[in-house]
Design a protein around this ligand. Structure first.
Ligand code: AMP
Length: 194
């Protein structure tokens, strides 16, 4: 299964991707996680991306397209993958269409998690509280200022992807406000009918 999860920050893409990857035994490809790993490892890409990520802006298309193209070629992606947080701009979506075609692969669907924007800040705040309670490290961009910027970036650059994938006939919308299990069930349902 090859799937894209679309939706604003805090919509539950990461949570749903984790459940689906366990069920279908395919990897979750989160460009955010890959970039955070590059930052932690102090690679060239990590050094270029850190300040941009901390502020809530988007890293360049060129960097993420390359990361994803290389990741898809790895053996664990042979049976599929779930893209979480990529593509995030129309040029990234176009690049992905091109790279999948070149690799002889096709998508099974693009799931758009629809959420009420007022809930997103509350979800970010509760994620911060839960991380602290669990003794974990809070993300540098999980603060009100960066989160506001991430939402602006989403509205301006990522929301237009719904139209892009509506145009290709691959877009499926799911109510992301329902409880976690119901959202998973709905995603599975729309994929079956795709
Ligand atoms: P995320 O974990 O998906 O919320 O991503 C965290 C941050 O990583 C974003 O705010 C961006 O700075 C960067 N990032 C992740 N994925 C992408 C992408 N596809 N394009 C550009 N920047 C990205």
């Amino acid at each position: 299964m090859r799937l894209i999860l679309l939706g604003p920050p805090g919509a539950g893409k990461g949570t749903q991707a984790k459940v689906l990857t366990e069920k279908h035994r395919i990897p979750q490809l989160s460009t955010g996680d890959m970039l955070r790993a590059a930052v932690a490892a102090g690679t060239e890409v990590g050094k270029r991306a850190k300040a941009v990520m901390d502020s809530g802006e988007l890293v360049s298309d060129e960097i993420v397209n390359q990361i994803v193209s290389e990741r898809i070629d790895q053996a664990d992606c042979a049976n599929g993958f779930i893209l979480d947080g990529y593509p995030r701009t129309v040029p990234q979506a176009e690049a992905l269409t091109g790279m999948l075609k070149q690799k002889g692969l096709r998508l099974d669907g693009v799931v758009n998690l629809k959420v009420d924007e007022d809930a997103l800040v509350r979800r970010m705040e509760s994620r911060v509280r839960e991380t602290i309670a669990a003794g974990g490290k809070v993300r540098a961009d999980d603060n009100p200022e960066s989160f506001k910027k991430r939402l602006e970036e989403y509205r301006e650059k990522t929301a237009p992807l719904a139209d892009y994938y509506r145009g290709t006939g691959e877009l499926r919308s799911v109510d992301g406000m329902a409880d976690m299990k119901a959202v998973t069930a709905e995603i599975e349902k729309v994929l079956e009918t795709a």
